[in-house]
Design a binder for this molecule. Structure first.
Ligand SMILES: [Zn+2]
Length: 444
């Protein structure tokens, strides 16, 4: 803080309405004191890309007076969204009309993913994918790559150019997939370990061991995945769990000795507090209990679940006081139908309503930001607006479209205004996106 000359050259001050949320990771509850709301607010960002100060614009410390000003009056300055389950090699796949998960995978997904063995193709795709995230206000993600190591390299390289927090891993898949898209247990172990050595904790990159799901991995490969997780105590594990009835029936056939789908992962050391399961729609009480006991997390992907007809995620069931489970929110592109976390929150609201729960707006925003950061274990650097964290900030225009302009006339509170943004929102609301203090997207 001694060299104020640095600030004059590179620091920024963003002004607008500052809005932020903290909350409880296991209940999702956001109480009044968890909401940060400064009507005429300012955020000062240091040259290192981190938030240096947050407060009322009128109280901006003197040292930032000559810093570059970015004025967003009448708009919300919020923490960037985090997408906690997304497949980067499926970036151009939304709207592939598979009739079920298994058909969708074989008919559309696998032929597309095969192309990522080509390094140049993967690099081009990574650039397009990141631009689409930024356009939608997403500043971090937990991402599946393909079975090819070069696809992971391409994504981490592209993300590192923006100093973006990215968690990813090479998909492990040794059966029930076409040639060119499978590895062996030994290869998957060696390649994953080498990617961990090259990328994990390099800058803002983090690694997740990534067996696609129990259907496409033999017992031996799942055992190797469990060993990888054990050998690397700070990496995460991501996979799919209990997405569709057809998939669950296949898992039962493939693992006749397992108690249930969750038990398949538990048997191989993959049910841990670093385990992140996408979907978890059709879980039994025993499975909820085991997921709770392990401290594992479930990621809700509502647009994907609705598009593939997979089922309705039971958000209230995860809140049971005796065994609460940490839940995150995600697009699951390419089965998901929108890159927008606002649109994803709208769909989550509708699915929750069908399960008898009116998801509060503050809770939805919390899920899409800090709750996801906590699950990804990057909450020390992103997921909320706090001094010392990276300035992963989005500017949300609550009047971005004609219908929102009209609807906001009826908004008597911050919650009502944010609810309208999420129900009627998409990429058009994201006026600007900052990653580590640098502007990476802007609507002219
Ligand atoms: Zn998925």
């Amino acid at each position: 803080m001694s060299d104020t000359a640095t600030y004059k050259n590179a620091a920024k001050v963003l002004t607008g309405t500052v809005v932020g949320f903290t909350g409880s990771p296991t209940s999702g509850q956001v109480s009044e004191q968890d909401v940060l709301h400064i009507e005429k607010g300012a955020i000062a960002v240091n040259a290192d890309g981190r938030i240096a100060w947050i407060g009322a614009a009128g109280e901006l410390p003197e040292q930032y007076e000559n810093a570059e000003r970015h004025d967003y009056q009448g708009q919300y300055l919020m923490a960037g969204f985090i997408d906690a389950h997304v497949h980067f090699p499926q970036y151009r796949m939304p709207a592939a009309p598979g009739k079920s998960l298994m058909e969708w995978l074989s008919k559309y997904t696998f032929p597309e993913e095969i192309q990522y063995g080509d390094e140049a193709f993967a690099q081009r795709a990574a650039t397009v994918f990141l631009r689409e995230l930024f356009r939608n206000g997403t500043t971090s993600a937990l991402t599946f790559a393909t079975v090819h190591s070069v696809s992971v390299d391409a994504l981490f390289e592209a993300a590192s150019e923006f100093n973006m927090a990215m968690v990813s891993g090479k998909t492990m898949m040794d059966r029930m997939a076409p040639e060119g898209l499978t590895d062996t247990p030994e290869e998957s172990y060696a390649q994953s370990q080498s990617l961990i050595d090259n990328w994990h904790k390099k800058g803002r990159a983090r690694y997740a061991v990534t067996p696609r799901f129990a259907v496409t991995s033999t017992e031996e490969q799942l055992r190797f995945a469990g060993e990888l997780l054990k050998a690397n105590p700070s990496v995460l594990m991501q996979t799919h769990l209990s997405e569709s009835p057809g998939e669950i029936a296949t898992v039962e056939e493939l693992f006749p000795d397992a108690q249930d789908y969750t038990d398949v992962y538990a048997r191989f050391g993959l049910l841990t507090d670093r385990s992140i399961f996408a979907h978890g729609i059709h879980l039994s009480e025993r499975e909820y209990q085991r997921i709770h006991d392990a401290g594992a997390s479930i990621i809700h992907c509502p647009t994907s679940n609705n598009f593939l007809g997979s089922g309705l995620f039971d958000l209230p069931a995860t809140k049971k006081a005796a065994r609460p489970i940490a839940v995150g929110l995600a697009t699951d592109i390419g089965a998901g139908t929108s890159y927008s976390m606002l649109a994803t929150m709208a769909e989550a609201y509708k699915v929750a309503m069908l399960k008898g729960y009116a998801l509060p707006a503050f809770e939805a925003y919390y899920l899409a930001t800090l709750a996801n950061a906590q699950i990804l274990r990057i909450d020390d650097e992103t997921g909320s607006l706090a001094v010392g964290k990276y300035a992963d900030i989005i500017v949300v225009n609550p009047r971005a479209t004609p219908i929102l302009e009209h609807r906001q006339q009826l908004s008597g509170s911050l919650e009502s205004s944010l609810f309208a943004c999420m129900i009627l929102g998409d990429d058009r609301l994201i006026s600007a996106t900052y990653v580590a203090g640098n502007i990476v997207h802007q609507i002219d």
